[in-house]
Design a protein around this ligand. Structure first.
Ligand code: PMP
Length: 449
């Protein structure tokens, strides 16, 4: 099919004819074909502009359309476009990024295994966990603990530990030896306060460990703050207490920091703030701000020591530590550092949360919550019994986009915002105003008046 790429209707028609979208019925009426981006703004093929309060898929920390990563990519491509990490090969740029990440990582985390994205990183982390126990002479440690409402990707391992049963329907059998715990979800837990939420979660964790058998569990995986689950932060004592239980039983902790790392929570890594002490940290998204597909799995020295024994860790990808990805990541980290964007996550986050807070006056808004620059607006059909809207919040996010040009993301219970870390106050006001305009018309059955 040949068509004029500048013709929006031809682009839409070609999209319908050839492109398989994740989570889109082919019969859906419209397509939004993006063509340009600058800062927090995107422009589609029809010329309409949008305010991107989702930073793409929660990743574009430095904003769209920056020349620095482009220059880094061009320099690297013209010098050495590809090199492998298999065996004793490496590339100078890849080694440089590994050392930089080891410097930024929480204490004790100092080794890096590169991937091309989050799912691949979680697959690698799960394999590392089982393999480390196997190598240490505990081959029965094959179970994984994770949480309902946690999202970890679409590989068979990462999809199995994810806590969204709907996403697994029709794909089974999934990976065995996975046990899902309840999420520490203060608004939906029914508990009296944060202390009770943690108590209940720790009791459940201890019971699961006792039932499965501590010597049969390889690792627990969790996001420091659940992103797809609705930007849900656990109570402050959740991670420290969970970490204690895991350590006591020799169970590894895999922190899925695909969304939270590289600034979203106001620090390079969330663990420093949440008190979680990970053995393995999975990252991606903010590592390159989406300018190149790259992920990094960081491990403790102890994990790396076992992986390095004998013939080494027998897992690798063609694109492990891609030189162009690593050059782009270094340029991205430079910008986050020199423009002090870690601090912006807290100041802009607080400003945006204050602007959104009055929404809590509406009958359909149960709560506005924020950690760093991750914000959730919990929508409810009934504030007293906290019943969710009947069909989730997806159509509300669509309406916000169509009516106001502001991009937010829908979810089962909450609208979510995670804008670029460079968002200005005017842009934050614009996003808040758009949400006020639309949510004021939302009825408890999920329709817009
Ligand atoms: N973990 C988390 C916490 C995520 O949010 C995502 C994707 N949104 C993934 C893993 C999977 O990453 P990817 O889509 O790059 O495979």
């Amino acid at each position: 099919m040949t068509f004029d790429i500048r013709d929006p209707s031809a682009l839409s028609a070609a999209d319908r004819a050839h492109l398989i979208h994740p989570f889109l019925p082919a019969a859906a009426p419209g397509r939004v074909v993006m063509t340009e981006g600058r800062g927090c703004r995107l422009r589609d093929a029809t010329g309409r502009t949008y305010l991107d309060a989702t930073a793409g898929m929660w990743l574009c920390q430095i904003g769209h359309g920056r020349p620095e990563p482009a220059r880094a990519a061009q320099d690297q491509m013209t010098r050495l476009e590809y090199s492998t990490n298999f065996w004793d090969f490496a590339c100078d740029r890849t080694v440089e990024l590994a050392a930089r990440l080891a410097d930024l990582a929480p204490p004790g985390i100092d080794h890096v295994f590169f991937t091309t994205g989050g799912s691949e990183g979680v697959e690698a982390a799960l394999r590392m966990a089982r393999y480390v126990h196997h190598r240490r002479g505990e081959p029965d440690r094959t179970w994984f603990l994770s949480r309902l409402g946690g999202y970890h990707g679409v590989g068979y391992g990462s999809g199995s530990v994810s806590g969204f049963p709907d996403f697994a329907e029709g794909f089974g059998p999934m990976l065995p030896h996975v046990h899902h715990l309840a999420a520490p979800y203060p608004y939906r837990s029914g508990a009296a306060g944060p202390a009770e939420v943690t108590d209940a979660c720790v009791r459940e964790l201890e019971a699961a460990v006792a039932r499965i058998g501590p010597h049969r569990i390889a690792a627990m995986i969790g996001e420091p703050v659940m992103a797809l689950g609705g930007m849900v932060a656990p109570p402050d004592d959740y991670w420290p207490r969970v970490t204690q239980v895991l350590r006591r039983h020799g169970i590894l902790l895999i922190l899925d920091e695909v969304v939270t790392a590289f600034g979203r929570l106001g620090d390079w890594f969330a663990g420093r703030r949440t008190g979680a002490r990970a053995d393995i940290i999975v990252t991606s998204k903010g590592l390159t701000s989406g300018y190149f597909p790259l992920g990094a799995v960081l491990t403790s020295g102890a994990v790396a020591e076992v992986l390095g024994r004998d013939t080494g860790f027998p897992v690798g990808h063609t694109y492990n530590g891609h030189p162009v990805g690593c050059a782009v990541a270094l340029a991205n980290l430079d910008i986050i550092e020199s423009e002090k964007l870690l601090g912006a996550a807290d100041t802009t986050g607080a400003y945006l949360a204050d602007a959104l807070r009055p929404l809590e006056q509406l009958d359909v808004v149960g709560e506005v919550r924020r950690t760093g620059l991750m914000l959730g607006i919990e929508l409810v059909a009934d504030k007293t019994d906290r019943r969710p809207l009947p069909h989730g919040t997806y159509s509300v996010a669509d309406a916000v986009r169509t009516e106001t040009g502001v991009l937010v993301r829908g979810g089962p219970h909450a609208l979510t915002l995670a804008p670029p870390l460079i968002m200005t106050r005017d842009e934050a006001d614009e996003a808040a105003e758009a949400l006020h305009t639309v949510l004021a018309r939302l009825t408890p059955d999920g329709e817009l008046r």
